[in-house]
Ligand binder design. Structure first.
Ligand code: UD1
Ligand code: UDP
Length: 391
């Protein structure tokens, strides 16, 4: 089977890497790696860490790209490429523009689509924007729906994807496979160079100083909501000089500009360039708690036993919220300050959150995804103590 893996952004590459590795190990599978290059700098360290070498690289990123502009270029480039490659199937992962374009370009060539991490829903049209709609549209186009959790499967069943001949499997999230693999690959790696290296040295010299790790990049938060998050962080950093904040800032100009303006120059807040995946895993392991709007970090934090505060109004990942490792704190400045203060105070509440939890995967998701695509029997993922998945 000639199987194309298409990705373009950092999280897609991280979560598809275990699947590409698995495909490389399987007899009868000929994996072809296609990169749209939706991201550039953010992608490079992931490709290096996981030894991913795109067979075809469209290098489409432009600075400050628009949704429509990138979508047009990616659909055209991918449809043309898939038409020439004629694979048996195309695998896409997640909810980015590359996912929607990859699925659409495959459909235009009548090539079946495997959607990895299918079925996550907020049921809110513009949150996350445009990802909620990207993921829903990809579901309309896909043949294999590789749902990480039982909830994700329920959403797909309710939307009727089986009426178009779709197959749904509960696989767990390949992000947890990537986490285990990344921790292994990052072991013993030298500290990074540059600003991030200086931050690592500072953290090493003061190992008991609590670290608050921060990320943020969602489009629906650009402008005023992002400013509220920054103001909240500034207040807590000012009130707690004993804390260190590390914020690897996303390269999107709508994030980088305001964050540097509002949080730059504070003595205990370190704004750094984006961290390589291995370095980011080390930062997460070293952290006391995490503040983020990232999808992937909402899955990794609980697995590492780190409390996660999610600065969003909705989440398509309710499982860890329900399990108690993640709290959805919204975008109100006072609320974020209050929630941070409660966790910084420590005590029973912190301890209850800081327990490793694995609602999203057991590290075997890539094998299940590939079994499903190859038409082999799939042993469904079931988190410990979780309900038996419905047929
Ligand atoms: C995209 C995804 C989002 C995902 C995020 C992961 C869409 C619509 N959004 O958002 O779902 O969570 O990636 O990070 O697909 N840039 C660089 N270098 C890079 C990457 C980005 O300079 O390596 C800058 C460029 O100016 C680029 C801009 O960031 O135009 C936006 O990148 P884009 O991929 O369109 O959106 P993200 O906000 O990164
Ligand atoms: N990540 C990283 N370096 C960073 C910040 C995040 O490698 O500086 C990793 C993180 O561990 C997770 C993924 O990038 O696996 C999440 O990417 P992002 O937050 O950009 O996208 P999302 O998951 O929200 O789509």
């Amino acid at each position: 089977m000639k199987l194309v893996f298409t990705f373009g952004t950092r999280p897609e590459a991280i979560k598809l890497a275990p699947l590409v590795h698995e495909a490389q190990r399987r007899r009868g599978v000929h994996p072809v790696v296609v990169c749209t290059g939706q991201h550039r700098e953010l992608l490079r360290p992931v490709l290096e860490l996981f030894s991913l070498r795109p067979d075809h690289h469209l290098e489409l990123m432009t600075g400050g790209q628009s949704l429509g502009g990138f979508t047009g270029r990616a659909v055209e480039g991918l449809a043309d490429l898939f038409g020439r490659l004629r694979p048996d199937a195309v695998a896409v992962q997640g909810d980015t523009t590359t996912v929607l374009c990859g699925a659409l370009a495959a459909f235009y060539n009548r090539i079946p689509v495997a959607h990895v991490e299918a079925g996550l829903r907020t049921d809110s049209r513009y949150s996350p924007f445009p990802e909620e709609m990207n993921r829903r549209l990809a579901a309309q186009l896909a043949t294999w729906h590789l749902a990480p959790t039982a909830k994700a499967k329920e959403a797909l069943v309710a939307e009727g994807v089986r009426r178009l001949g779709g197959h749904i499997h509960i696989t767990g999230n390949t992000g947890i496979d990537a986490l285990f693999l990344g921790l292994e690959l990052a072991k013993g790696a030298p500290p990074p160079a540059g600003e991030l290296g200086e931050v690592f040295a500072r953290l090493d010299s003061d190992p008991s100083r609590p670290l608050v790790l921060v990320t943020g990049h969602r489009r629906e938060s650009f402008g005023e909501p992002l400013e509220r998050v920054c103001r909240a962080l500034r207040r807590v950093a000012g009130a707690h000089p004993e804390l260190l904040f590390v914020y690897p800032v996303h390269l999107n100009p709508n994030v980088k500009g305001p964050v540097q303006e509002m949080l730059g120059g504070l003595g205990n807040v370190f704004l750094t360039p984006p961290a390589g995946y291995g370095d980011f895993l080390r930062l997460m392991k070293r952290s006391h708690l995490i503040v983020t709007d990232s999808g992937g970090v909402q899955e990794e934090g609980p697995a590492l036993g780190k409390p996660v505060l999610v600065t969003r109004e909705t989440t398509e990942r309710p499982e860890a919220v329900e399990a108690g490792g993640v709290r959805l704190v919204g975008l109100d400045e006072d609320r974020i300050v209050g929630e941070l203060e409660r966790l910084v105070a420590g005590g029973e509440e912190y301890r209850r959150m800081a327990v490793p939890r694995f609602p999203y995967g057991d590290g075997q998701a890539a094998a299940r995804c590939l079994d499903a695509i190859l038409g082999e029997p799939v042993e469904q993922f079931r988190p410990d103590g979780g309900p038996e998945p419905a047929p």
